[in-house]
Design a protein around this ligand. Structure first.
Ligand SMILES: O=c1ccn([C@H]2C[C@H](O)[C@@H](CO)O2)c(=O)[nH]1
Ligand SMILES: [Zn+2]
Length: 139
């Protein structure tokens, strides 16, 4: 789990990112916020494209911002997608689960929000069991 102050900061960062999402095709806005190893927060939104397959998820944008700034560790990640009170929660897609895996522990919390607030928290391992990661490539 993340402490409540960190959680509030992640929610605020993801909310702002979500508002900036470029999602004219799906109309599904997503913001993500990462608490990095340095204690800094990195945010990202989904960035869609008229050539649909070129769209990028919010989590990928946030991970890119983190790596660009020099952080290499995800202490917690929060995803805020869709609309308040939606029946289904917005968990990271399969590709983003693997992207998170590159920089996180199996216990790292993935907080799932909608614009009204926190809905669920999962450890990464719950969303990506029996996963392949960096240690598989250590010979
Ligand atoms: O966890 C998720 C799920 C979906 N999307 C984006 C991709 C696409 O732009 C839109 C609809 O799938 O939402 C994300 O950014 N993150
Ligand atoms: Zn994704």
């Amino acid at each position: 789990m993340s402490d409540p102050v960190e959680l509030d900061a992640l929610i605020a960062a993801a909310r702002t990112a979500r508002e900036n999402a470029h999602a004219p095709y799906s109309k599904f806005k997503v913001g993500a916020a990462i608490l990095g190893g340095s204690g800094r927060i990195f945010a990202g939104c989904n960035v869609e494209n008229a050539a649909y397959p070129q769209g990028q998820c919010a989590e990928a944008t946030a991970i890119g911002a983190m790596v660009t700034a020099g952080d290499r560790w995800i202490r917690a990640i929060l995803v805020m997608g869709g609309e308040a009170g939606a029946e289904e929660i917005c968990t990271p897609c399969g590709g983003c689960r693997q992207r998170i895996r590159e920089f996180a522990a199996l216990e790292t919390p993935i907080h799932i929000c909608d614009p009204a607030g926190l809905r669920r928290t999962f450890p990464l391992e719950r969303l990506l069991p029996e996963s392949f990661g960096p240690t598989n490539l250590v010979f």
